[in-house]
Design a protein around this ligand. Structure first.
Ligand SMILES: [Zn+2]
Length: 167
């Protein structure tokens, strides 16, 4: 998996860019929705602390990270819930849509970088795939990516929102 910072930051950045440049209505997507979207970008890796917890109780379970929580079925179900909810409560529908994006984007990033042992497209496509890391051999790629994304975002925020005024 790309590191946690990449998952959270990249999700927040894409949502922020979408809000700033595409919909251009900040009231439709308040800042705390973007924050929640960033957290949703980390939820699929909940299988890691679950594994630790199960092992704490000496259940001798084999490493299952990147399997059942990394299926596109989950964000698709959240998106469906978002579309239904939107009819009755616009704000809640938008929030669910953002959570669906964050969750799905995490799976996309993991798949792009590392491929998979269990297909994220299950049950439609079930065979394994290799990710970019199988073809590229760049030591420290994940850490470099984290640093690059953070710096690019800070630069954007400085140019667009003058964040240094708040420091
Ligand atoms: Zn993951």
């Amino acid at each position: 998996m790309p590191l946690a910072v990449t998952h959270v930051l990249l999700t927040i950045i894409l949502l922020d860019l979408f809000r700033d440049y595409i919909i251009k209505k900040k009231r439709l997507i308040p800042l705390h929705f973007i924050f929640i979207g960033g957290i949703a970008g980390l939820i699929p890796d909940i299988d890691i602390p679950i594994f630790w917890l199960l092992n704490l109780f000496k259940l001798n379970i084999t490493w299952f990270h990147g399997t059942f929580t990394h299926l596109f079925l989950i964000p698709i179900a959240i998106l469906a819930a978002s579309l239904i909810t939107y009819r009755y409560n616009k704000k809640a529908g938008i929030l669910l849509g953002i959570i669906s994006f964050g969750y799905g984007f995490h799976i996309f990033l993991d798949f792009l970088f590392y491929g998979c042992n269990i297909s994220p497209f299950w049950p439609i496509i079930t065979h394994n795939f290799n990710g970019l890391s199988h073809y590229l051999n760049i030591p420290g790629l994940e850490q470099g990516l984290d640093a690059f994304i953070l710096l690019a975002w800070l630069w954007h925020e400085e140019v667009r929102h003058k964040i240094s005024d708040f420091i």
